[in-house]
Design a protein around this ligand. Structure first.
Ligand code: C2E
Ligand code: MG
Ligand code: MG
Ligand code: MG
Length: 305
């Protein structure tokens, strides 16, 4: 009886499990060709000054136009790309494409992003001016970097070569790393991030608050932005503790000379609360959803959400 029941269970659970695995295998084998087949594309989500509501920059978010599955989001293929190492060529493609787009935008809107300077925190000792670290003038594009890319020996040279290729100052590029990815090999991370920072690239910690980095480590990271995870922004509505956490992160960031970006801003109430707390930048569906490059034009022209 137990055997029969066992078989019944296997039949119930095996087919979906098998389908899931086959589906994943197929996705990974398709992913190997996605880049060369021209199936990858970027959407951009604007980041606004919290006080001015003016455009400061944008985040490039990769999508995969799959021939039969339609538009596939990064949460469905980035983990597999990281496991297989495909993230390295895909990540290089993302960097190149984001910088190519940035070159085109800056040619058409040379002053874009420079109006919101009063929002910026400029730490003592850092001169303001085009490309001057946090709060520096000018539009930036944020690109997500996976830990596999950070471990790639040629990363810094690749970044430098792509900036030169598109004749861009390093300050237009912000690289986002998740807090958890920075905890893997702290010494190595600090070394690579310092080289990127020395190039003039800006660095941000993504999904901040969800990892467990020590304050001493955080202080030593050459990072200029903290992106407050959207779970904290979401919890501001319901309870005071959510609001207090955001305020505490904001205070900590300022202490370390970093700007704060609130992600996942979905309501006007959240936006107003973040503004009162003194977050520097806001990003979220309430202000603008990620969209194709053309959707950025209204904000590049000075429009406010
Ligand atoms: P992330 O870097 O934290 O990016 C923000 C994600 O939150 C995006 O999802 C964005 O669409 C979503 N989002 C923005 N505003 C809101 C909001 O108001 N509410 C809610 N609920 N969500 C919001 P997306 O595009 O699906 O990207 C998911 C993750 O995939 C990214 O999280 C990032 O970790 C990763 N990713 C995206 N592009 C790349 C890439 O080029 N390379 C790497 N390594 N990872 C990438
Ligand atoms: Mg990000
Ligand atoms: Mg994020
Ligand atoms: Mg996030």
């Amino acid at each position: 009886l137990a055997k029969e029941r066992g078989r019944a269970c296997l039949q119930r659970f095996d087919a979906p499990m098998r389908d899931h695995l086959l589906d994943r295998l197929e996705l990974v084998s398709d992913l190997r060709h996605a880049e060369e087949e021209g199936q990858l594309l970027l959407h951009y989500q604007p980041l606004f000054g919290a006080r001015s509501r003016r455009l400061r920059g944008c985040e490039a978010l990769v999508r995969w136009q799959h021939p039969s599955r339609g538009l596939v989001g990064p949460t469905r293929f980035i983990p597999a790309a990281e496991e297989t190492g495909l993230i390295v060529p895909i990540g290089t493609w993302v960097l190149n494409e984001a910088l190519r787009q940035m070159r085109a935008w800056l040619d058409a809107w040379p002053d874009a992003g420079s109006e919101a300077v009063p929002d910026a925190v400029i730490p003592a000792g850092i001169a303001a001016g085009p490309g001057a670290g946090p709060g520096g003038k000018g539009l930036f594009v944020a690109v997500n970097l996976s830990v596999r890319q950070l471990n790639e020996p040629r990363l810094v040279e690749t970044v430098q070569a792509l900036l030169e290729r598109w004749r861009l100052p390093a300050s237009v590029l912000c690289l986002e790393l998740t807090e958890s990815s920075l905890m893997a090999e702290p010494d190595h991370c600090v070394a690579v991030l310092s080289r990127l920072r020395d190039l003039g690239v800006t660095l941000a910690i993504d999904d901040f608050g969800t990892g467990y980095s020590s304050l001493a480590y955080l202080r030593d990271l050459p990072v200029s932005k903290l992106k407050i995870d959207r779970s904290f922004v979401a919890s501001m509505q319901n309870d005071h503790s959510g609001r207090n956490i955001v305020a505490a992160i904001r205070t900590l960031a300022r202490e370390f000379g970093m700007e704060t970006v609130a992600e996942g801003v979905e309501t006007e109430a959240q936006y107003q609360a973040l503004r009162l707390i003194g977050c520097d930048m806001v990003q979220g569906f309430h202000l603008a959803r990620p969209g194709p490059a053309e959707a950025m034009e209204v904000f590049l022209s000075g429009g406010i959400p």
